[in-house]
Design a protein around this ligand. Structure first.
Ligand code: CO8
Length: 237
């Protein structure tokens, strides 16, 4: 109901992306949500609570896989952010080539992990720094900020704001603009800009999985996540 990134969602997402990547007729992808007001609620917190070490490893590998495939995609990728986009939701947008968000200040976007008592891994941070620069990323990450759309635009986290009814049209126009360039030159340029970050995760993938498992299975972290989930439920009642 909130497009949370569960293991199943991430697996399906990677398979779909791979199919499109291998389809020579497909040169660009627009990522958006079919759910009104929510782009994605980020990683599915229930996948990180009370599960086995094997499950944490499998889940984290799937998150890494999504990151590697989307950040390294040869296609033009445009995020049409039509609602709230915390944490992993923000990450999906960050991995695209261009971000367009609905101008409604009620929708916010950011890497808010610190608010949950957890820490965004270095590769989340790398993509954030590559979009907004070091200082803005540092402050935003330390505070776990969720930026309302106008602020997200001001700090460069999203490239453009549009009225809700113009989002799809704008995303198609931007994609067409990017696709007007020769694929080869654009793809090599993209790869040059992103290679260092991609190589870094590939080189440290197993170590990163072990770090995640030892971090997430700590009782203090499990407690923070449980409290956060309770807070989400209480907010509703
Ligand atoms: N995972 C699992 N369940 C979720 C999540 C989530 N991320 N987000 C919401 N839900 C559940 C809620 O608990 C609620 O469940 P129920 O119906 O059983 O009570 C249901 O979805 C609907 O949620 P809301 O009532 O809150 O729906 P709203 O429309 O009012 O709000 C929001 C939607 C804005 C998306 C809101 O739900 C929200 O803010 N969710 C939390 C988002 C969040 O903080 N996500 C962070 C996830 S962590 C992450 O992505 C990166 C982790 C990096 C790992 C670090 C290494 C250790």
């Amino acid at each position: 109901p909130v497009n949370s990134l569960s293991l199943d969602f991430l697996t399906e997402f990677c398979i779909s992306l791979e199919k499109l990547e291998n389809d020579r007729a497909c040169r660009g992808v627009i990522l958006t949500s079919a759910i009104p007001k929510i782009f994605s609620s980020g990683l599915d917190i229930t996948e990180m609570c009370g599960k086995s070490m094997e499950h944490y490893a499998e889940f984290w590998r799937a998150v890494q896989e999504m990151w590697l495939r989307l950040y390294g995609s040869n296609m033009v990728t445009v995020a049409a952010v039509n609602g709230s986009s915390p944490a992993g939701g923000c990450l999906i947008a960050l991995l695209c080539d261009y971000r367009i968000m609905v101008e409604n200040p009620k929708f916010s976007i950011g890497l808010n992990e610190a608010q949950l008592g957890i820490v965004a891994p270095f590769w989340f941070k790398d993509t954030f720094v590559n979009v907004v620069g070091h200082r803005v990323a540092e402050r935003s990450l330390q505070l776990g900020s969720l930026h309302p759309a106008p602020e997200a635009h001001r700090i460069g986290l999203v490239d453009e704001l549009v009225p809700e009814d113009k989002l799809q049209e704008k995303a198609v126009a931007v994609t067409a603009q990017w696709l007007a360039l020769p694929d080869h030159a654009r793809q090599l340029t993209k790869s040059m800009m992103r290679k260092a970050a991609l190589d870094r995760l590939v080189a440290h993938r197993e170590e990163d999985i072990q770090n995640f498992i030892s971090f997430i299975s700590k009782e203090s972290i499990q407690k923070s996540l449980r409290m956060y989930m309770e807070m989400l439920k209480k907010k509703k009642s």
